[in-house]
Design a protein around this ligand. Structure first.
Ligand code: AMP
Ligand code: GLY
Length: 417
């Protein structure tokens, strides 16, 4: 099969790395890819949001399956466009991607299908939103409705702060049109967990769980980021909680999809807040997570292309997913300053000095002559497996010191439990 992966981060590197292991994949392309991906796939000079070019390339090159990594092309309808031309794609149609593209849509869906989630209100006027703040206890969570590159959630300690947040999102357009509507939510306490599920239109089958570290610095200090590290499986899960999540969240979500006539095929990533062995949904994403993918796919023993094909055909079963009992840890090496402003173009050295059992997934990197340069906020994700989380964690941290670039920034407490 000829496969095209769309995207350029460590998530897409992990997807390419896993697909490359399949004997069924004869040719792998990635658009646009990065320095690491270029070692295992042919990278194309097509951006992930250039839908027309992606469709044209897929048609011209007779691509058998397009795998869409990031949310933006899904929300923009890339899979719909590909399917119209008869090209198979892994990822939801626009109607399914709306669960990530609009928080108010998701919240209304959760309410309709009694899926546990934070109490909320939706506003299209800043005046009305500010006027209603007394309905909420602090901290107050203010969310831009649309896509905002993971930055659209502001947690406000006071009503004054919430008022400022509403004004900057709705009136000053901090996140552009994504903030024309806001969702205001009660603040949930607890521990976060990421649960990614394969969905085949009829069945939702969860992958092994993961724990993401969203804050920039150790001890969860600093701003929210796309994710600074991750481990799998997440130690918070147990039989009772799994049963609760299946019954109240997975089954009800799937029932809702079917009831609404939404044929969801691809990955549904459910962000959870867990407290007292009960879970509430923070958000739905309609794609693989980053860095969740970097710890989940290395633990998947089954052939990923088979699973993706079965999702598209609508005949995935639990038995198709076989997992490695070993634990996995990834630590993100970021550019100094991330998630705020940072510099690019720093030379990365030491990539060949790491131990053989370390997987380096590239995020924001590019090749320049014979050098590898930084080219984004999250630059690399160093990953290791181990019999225990501690073993995996120690392997990663032992090797991190071998990789260098100017103003490197990473957390030292990933998977420290
Ligand atoms: P979201 O994009 O909705 O997942 O929000 C991004 C992050 O904001 C989440 O991973 C949480 O850390 C935090 N967050 C979102 N909603 C809430 C909430 N209702 N209560 C507490 N934290 C939240
Ligand atoms: N790691 C969180 C995300 O991919 O949205």
């Amino acid at each position: 099969m000829k496969v095209l992966v769309v995207g350029s981060g460590a998530r897409e590197h992990a997807i390419c790395w896993k697909l490359k292991q399949s004997s069924k994949v004869s040719k792998l392309y990635c658009a646009p890819g990065n320095a690491g991906i270029s070692q295992i796939a042919e990278c194309l000079d097509i951006k992930a949001d250039d839908l027309n070019k992606l469709v044209k390339f897929s048609l011209d090159s007779r691509i058998d399956m397009v795998v869409v990594g990031p949310e933006a092309p899904l929300v923009a309808g890339l899979v719909d466009m590909l399917n119209e031309k008869g090209i198979k794609a892994f990822g939801p149609l626009k109607a399914g991607a709306k669960f990530e593209g609009s928080k108010s849509y998701s919240k209304d869906f959760m309410k309709k299908y009694s899926i546990p989630s934070a109490r909320y209100e939706v506003y299209t006027s800043s005046e009305k939103a500010i006027g209603d703040l007394d309905k909420f206890n602090t901290p107050i969570v203010v969310k831009a409705d649309g896509l905002a590159a993971g930055k659209g959630v502001l947690i406000c300690e006071s009503k004054k702060e919430a008022e400022e947040a509403i004004k900057s999102i709705m009136d000053k357009k901090l996140f552009g049109d994504a903030g024309n509507t806001v969702v205001i939510e009660e603040f949930l306490r607890g521990t976060e967990a990421s649960l990614l599920c394969f969905v085949d239109g009829k069945n939702m089958i969860s992958m092994e769980s993961a724990r993401d570290y969203k804050k920039a610095y150790d001890d969860d200090k600093g701003l929210n980021t796309g994710g600074m590290g991750c481990f799998s499986p997440n130690t918070i899960f147990n039989e009772e909680l799994n049963q609760y999540i299946k019954e109240y969240i997975l089954d009800r979500t799937m029932k809702g999809f079917l009831n609404e006539g939404i044929i969801f095929k691809g990955v549904l990533f459910i962000g959870l807040m867990i407290e007292n062995n009960r879970a509430k949904v923070l958000e739905y994403n309609t794609r693989f997570g980053d860095p969740e993918t970097e710890v989940v796919l290395p633990r998947l023993k089954s052939d990923l292309i088979d699973i993706m094909q079965k999702c598209i055909e609508g005949n995935l079963s639990e038995d198709d997913l076989v997992w490695d009992d070993n634990k996995c840890v990834t630590v993100v090496l970021a550019s100094g300053g991330y998630p705020e402003s940072y510099e690019k173009g720093k030379e990365i050295t030491g990539l060949n000095d790491v131990d053989d059992d370390i997987i380096i997934f590239h995020g924001g990197t590019k090749i320049s002559g014979d050098k590898t340069l930084t080219d984004g906020g999250r630059v690399l994700a160093l990953t290791a497996m181990g019999r225990t989380l501690e073993e995996a964690r120690n392997k990663v941290y032992k090797n991190i010191t071998k990789v260098h670039f100017d103003k490197i920034q990473y957390r030292t407490d990933i998977a420290k439990i």
